[in-house]
Design a protein around this ligand. Structure first.
Ligand code: ZN
Length: 456
């Protein structure tokens, strides 16, 4: 795109990051910033070089996926009810798989994840910890997608003790690769997988370089027992005690097993919780967010393509049903966790949590999406917010603008050859099947596997 190019995107409805619905408006942007939301017709006053006409469409801020694993997607459909109960699944299955990836596979995996995100309207994501972060940086640059890259960081794993100093050096080397628009953050895989020394030094690195940090926290009961036994505190109390909560942005993934006192820390310190409705339910249990979301900033995450289709629009439907079920069964209240709250969580609040101004106000990042609501699955439409939260899925996203670049236009990806990528992945299946088999026969549940039974 030429510099200073002004573009207007017209829609039947515009939904702001606050969930306010406007009719027959145009979103005008210049380079990577929003200029205005104005009436269709008045947008010409900005002298746009291009007017994108979308007659049956909703224009809205893009989705933030606040927790994802771009390099686990090649495990897709390999995790059944047999693997889910593995104690814990990440050290037994997910991390060993990540270690099998070479640079080429990690790059393809990143590309497939990015393609899935762009397709369904995600404009920014937080990588939870990639085994090969440079492959992710390469894929982000090529596709012009935006995200916070992190490296899978730990110094304790099933008796292995990676050298803490070497781990820290690797993290610091990676931090040198951040660039305008593209973030490199720090990740802590799990407090159970990191020595106190590593956690404290990663905190210092984040503060020194002024970068964000993300970690899996309070995601299983053994972890709560572990920090109580090791530090005399629950996980969030511990990281708060050592000052990790001074790091901003700080994205806490899951946080399913937070106590009342820990939820108060979240609220008082304005910490961001990333709720992953599908995966938290599959692997962990009911989340407390539907019961206690007042005065709380939370976002919505996919937790990666191994468990989900990466569609935040789909996650919203799961979140809504879960939220209603929990509130109805405990309080017989069907009004809690309303659709507008969920809309804000997946867009503007998610942006605040990750430290990016993604909205439709002048000066906000031009990272927004267009959704076609003329669809047999979504008509008739009276309330666009209800349509987004309860009915529309990723296939209806027609345009995705990320920092002023159209990464999806009129239904087609612009920076990724979708068919070529699909074919490449399909060709790889026999090779991947071998790797997955090698992994599965080593699992503590190996006796149920045989080469023939694995995929039948
Ligand atoms: Zn995760």
């Amino acid at each position: 795109m030429k510099s200073n190019m002004i573009v207007s995107v017209r829609g039947r409805y515009v939904i702001t990051h606050e969930g306010e619905v406007l009719r027959d408006k145009a979103v005008v942007f210049e380079e990577n910033r929003i200029l205005a939301v104005t009436d269709v017709g008045r947008d010409v006053e900005y002298k746009p070089e291009e007017i994108v006409e979308r007659k049956h469409h909703i224009v809205m801020p893009g989705f933030i996926d606040c927790h994802t694993h771009t390099q686990q997607i090649l495990l897709r459909t390999s995790i059944s009810d047999r693997e889910l109960p593995l104690p814990p699944i990440w050290t037994r299955y997910l991390i060993p798989f990540e270690r099998m990836l070479d640079d080429d596979l990690a790059y393809l995996s990143s590309l497939l994840s990015i393609a899935g995100k762009i397709s369904s309207g995600v404009v920014y994501f937080v990588e939870a910890g990639a085994p090969r972060p440079y492959a992710l940086i390469k894929a982000l640059k090529e596709t012009k997608m935006q995200g916070a890259v992190t490296m899978s960081t730990f110094d304790v794993l099933d008796g292995e003790t990676p050298n803490t100093r070497e781990v820290l050096e690797e993290v610091e080397r990676l931090l040198a690769h951040r660039s305008e628009g593209n973030d490199v953050w720090i990740s802590i895989r799990q407090v159970t997988m990191a020595t106190r020394e590593l956690i404290e030094k990663l905190r210092d690195l984040a503060l020194k370089h002024n970068v964000g940090l993300t970690l899996h926290l309070s995601e299983y009961q053994g972890e709560v027992d572990y920090t109580l036994a090791s530090y005399g505190m629950r996980p969030l109390e511990f990281i708060d005690h050592i000052g990790l909560t001074r790091v901003k942005p700080l994205v806490i993934a899951h946080g399913v097993y937070l106590s009342e006192a820990e939820i108060n820390i979240v609220k008082n310190k304005n910490l961001g919780i990333c709720w992953c409705p599908t995966v938290d339910s599959l692997v962990m249990g009911e989340h407390w967010i539907p019961l206690s979301y007042d005065d709380l900033l939370f976002g919505v995450g996919s937790d990666g393509g191994a468990f989900t289709n990466l569609d935040i629009l789909h996650e919203l439907k799961v979140a809504r049903a879960l939220g209603k079920a929990i509130n109805a069964s405990l309080k017989y209240d069907k009004t809690s966790l309303d659709s507008k709250t969920l809309f804000k969580a997946a867009t503007g609040w998610g942006g605040s949590i990750v430290g990016r101004r993604i909205g439709l106000k002048p000066g906000d990042e031009a990272s927004f999406i267009v959704i076609n609501h003329k669809n047999i699955k979504t008509i008739p439409l009276y309330d666009p917010v209800e349509a987004v939260v309860s009915f529309i899925e990723g296939e209806s996203v027609t345009d995705v603008i990320v920092r002023g670049n159209f990464l999806k236009k009129n239904g087609a990806l612009t920076t990724i050859d979708k068919e070529k990528l699909e074919n490449l992945i399909i060709e790889l299946i026999p090779k991947l099947e071998e790797k997955i088999y090698e992994l599965k026969i080593k699992l503590p549940i190996q006796n149920i596997y045989s080469r023939r039974a694995l995929y039948s």
